[in-house]
Design a protein around this ligand. Structure first.
Ligand SMILES: [Zn+2]
Length: 185
């Protein structure tokens, strides 16, 4: 009887930990009763795109598809399904910095196909930090900067979300953000 109770308590504890881990996404979803949008400019191709990806009825599949396309591997046009939580995270950081929803984020890198990731790794240099199992390959990462926002300020805002990985690349002029484990480099 006692053992059963302890077991149950452990189970509840585990469930609570899982709830805590997903609190960020839940909070974002609740805050997003009005629409959420993102706008980008790809600094390599100068392509601009923007989309509403969340609205009164929840996720906007059309908008997410547009973002998937815009965030594709621009080197070979391969498209993947980006993690919607990453879109909420980026919009959340932008909002936190006081930028308008239509403010264009400078996109340095979104999805990376395995081929692109491998060639960037082989090239080294500014890509020395490219990991073999990059979150970019999973559609869970972007390298960005925000117009008019100091890179350090962007990094702090990203860190304060406690929502994934944050990488700081002052020499290359961008901050990496992903929805993997919370970590910092
Ligand atoms: Zn990155």
């Amino acid at each position: 009887m006692l053992d059963t109770n302890i077991g149950r308590r452990r189970l509840i504890g585990g469930a609570l930990a899982m709830v805590a881990a997903s609190t960020f996404i839940t909070e974002c979803a609740f805050a997003a009763t009005t629409e959420r949008r993102l706008a980008f400019r790809n600094i390599h191709t100068n392509e601009t795109f923007d989309a509403r990806f969340y609205g009164a009825n929840g996720w906007d599949d059309q908008g997410l598809a547009e973002l998937n396309h815009g965030l594709r591997d621009w080197r070979n046009n391969e498209v993947t399904q980006m993690d919607p939580a990453l879109m909420l995270l980026l919009a959340g950081v932008r909002d936190k910095l006081g930028l308008a929803p239509q403010a264009r984020l400078d996109l340095i890198s979104g999805y990376r196909s395995p081929q692109t990731n491998a060639s960037l790794r082989a090239r080294g240099g500014e890509h020395t930090g490219v990991a073999s199992k990059s979150q970019h390959m999973l559609g869970k990462a972007t390298d960005i900067r925000m117009p008019g926002v100091a890179l350090e300020t962007l990094r702090s805002a990203a860190l304060s979300m406690q929502a994934g990985g944050v990488g700081y690349y002052p020499k290359d002029g961008f901050v990496h953000m992903d929805t993997g484990r919370v970590r910092l480099w």
